[in-house]
Design a protein around this ligand. Structure first.
Ligand SMILES: [Zn+2]
Ligand SMILES: [Zn+2]
Length: 306
């Protein structure tokens, strides 16, 4: 890791250590509000098939003004022009944009950033699907250190883009440099003591954030997931096991309890107990896992240098 980044990370931590609880809360609140505003602007344009960054329709391309909407490939964007995009927008800009379009289309279930499915050697490994496009953002610890003794001896990441399942940009095509700001954020995010977490705003959550919400507050999560209006419908697969009293539980009672949970937003446990007239013998275990429809992380094979 470059020394100046380490120094910047250290001073950030010292600063945040000095913040009072109220100050950090205010800091996060300002950041949140900025994201909310920007995301609203994004959505308004997105619904008209336009780009909020350049104001142009997504189907147009202005060579002199590289833009993130090119990555949607609704315009005649060529692979050899990709460098002009990443020279203008850094990793966090690109990530936020791709998460937002995927979320606007189908919620967090098309964003696989699950740590559990990512290799230990990686700083991140994220696959995002949007319509007929699949992007994968990939960085191993070696990439972040820079490939020593080569031309790519700088902190970088790799990018793959597929259109209709066909390769458009390969991982090996580009060694995309991180900005200073990217590096600082990544160092802090990977340091559990820093207390730093980048959220990417209201349209930014991927499957990892979904699973984090689940473990933080399982009852509320399950109640939300059961409500018919849940925009995140289908991102998490849930299976509940009900262990009933001596006589078992009739199908009618099960339907009644599920209906009640859906309508009232109360927990399954509560609804079953109510429907069964306070029968204390029942217990419910719910197992939640990412849905099968979540895209697999597209794996990059790193070639060994001789
Ligand atoms: Zn644009
Ligand atoms: Zn590399």
């Amino acid at each position: 890791m470059k020394e100046d980044i380490q120094r910047a990370a250290k001073s950030f931590k010292e600063q945040t250590d000095k913040f009072t609880e109220a100050e950090s809360q205010a800091h996060f609140e300002i950041q949140r509000e900025q994201y909310v505003k920007e995301y609203e602007d994004f959505l308004e344009h997105y619904q008209k098939d336009k780009c909020y960054l350049c104001g142009k329709p997504n189907s147009t391309i202005s060579k002199g003004n590289p833009c993130l909407h090119w990555l949607l490939r609704r315009c005649k964007f060529k692979k050899k022009e990709f460098h002009t995009v990443y020279e203008k927008f850094d990793f966090y800009n690109i990530s936020a944009y791709l998460r937002w379009v995927a979320n606007a289309e189908s919620g967090s279930k098309n964003i696989n950033n699950l740590k559990e499915e990512s290799s230990e050697r990686k700083l991140f490994e994220i696959t995002i699907e949007w319509k007929n496009i699949e992007w994968t953002l990939d960085c191993s610890k070696n990439d972040f250190e820079g490939h020593k003794g080569t031309k790519t001896d700088y902190a970088h990441w790799h990018f793959q883009m597929r259109i209709d399942g066909h390769q458009f940009i390969n991982f090996s095509d580009f060694h995309i440099p991180f900005s200073k700001d990217d590096q600082l954020k990544l160092v802090l995010e990977n340091d559990p003591d820093s207390g730093f977490h980048h959220t990417f705003g209201p349209g930014g959550q991927g499957m990892q954030e979904r699973m984090d919400q689940l473990s933080a507050n399982p009852d509320e999560f399950i109640a939300n997931a059961l409500s018919a209006s849940d925009p995140e419908d289908g991102s998490v697969h849930m299976q509940s096991m009900i262990m009933g009293g001596e006589d078992g539980i009739s199908g009618d009672k099960i339907d009644e309890a599920l209906e009640m949970a859906r309508e009232t937003g109360k927990t399954l446990n509560y609804c079953f107990k109510t429907v069964l007239g306070g029968d204390d013998d029942i217990s419910i275990a719910t197992i939640a896992s990412p849905a099968d429809s979540v895209p697999e992380i597209a794996k990059r094979t790193e070639r060994k240098r001789r």
